[in-house]
Design a protein around this ligand. Structure first.
Ligand SMILES: [Zn+2]
Length: 198
């Protein structure tokens, strides 16, 4: 089928989103044509804003509008504990729990020999520098319970423990392969409280 050019272009953009094929893209594009102009303008502006107005915190790697981020700048938080997660969205999941008062470090990935992802390819060097100068007493590793997540936890533990810093891992209330972002708050809280030393 031959779509009018503006529709075809919009469909092409929608199809760049995960899980959206041609049929869904066509449905969304035609739906957009019938949206109010104000709503479309707001939608377009917010798309640009997430790229222009967000950056990653140079300290912890979290997604933020200010660098350093609000969490790193909050002196009421426990500066002696760093919780290490895979993605910025894991920080949001943890913060929803309202129980963890330490700091974070976002790796932006996991070690994966198969995909050729080494320690230098994710946010590990910055973490090591942080541990050298900050007064950190405990690092809680909250990578997902996948093979790569476990391997990354192991690697970090071997790297950090010789510096005399306690390394803990979230309890396996989170089932194997389950993502932190999908865990409910009670499960997350139990996983943090039940963390064990590596
Ligand atoms: Zn930060």
């Amino acid at each position: 089928m031959h779509y009018p050019e503006p529709i075809a272009q919009l469909m092409e953009s929608y199809m760049k989103l995960p899980g959206i094929g041609e049929k869904t893209a066509a449905r969304l594009a035609f739906y957009t044509v019938n949206m109010k102009e104000d709503d479309v303008t707001r939608f377009a502006k917010s798309l640009i804003s997430v790229k222009r107005d967000l950056t990653y915190c140079s300290v912890c790697g979290n997604m933020t509008q200010n660098d350093p981020c609000d969490i790193c700048e909050d002196k009421n938080r426990d500066q002696s504990v760093i919780l290490v997660v895979e993605q910025a969205k894991d920080v949001i999941a943890m913060e929803k729990m309202h129980e963890f008062k330490g700091l974070y470090h976002v790796l932006h990935g996991v070690l994966s020999p198969i995909e050729g992802t080494g320690p230098e390819d994710i946010n590990i060097p910055v973490l090591i520098k942080r541990l050298q100068k900050d007064e950190v007493k405990e690092v809680i590793i909250a990578t997902n319970a996948t093979a790569e997540g476990e391997a990354t936890a192991m690697y970090l533990s071997r790297l950090i423990k010789p510096a005399g810093i306690k390394v803990t891992r979230l309890a396996h209330g989170l089932s194997v392969g389950s993502d932190i972002e999908y865990a409910d708050e009670v499960t997350l809280l139990k996983a943090v409280e039940g963390r064990r030393e590596m």
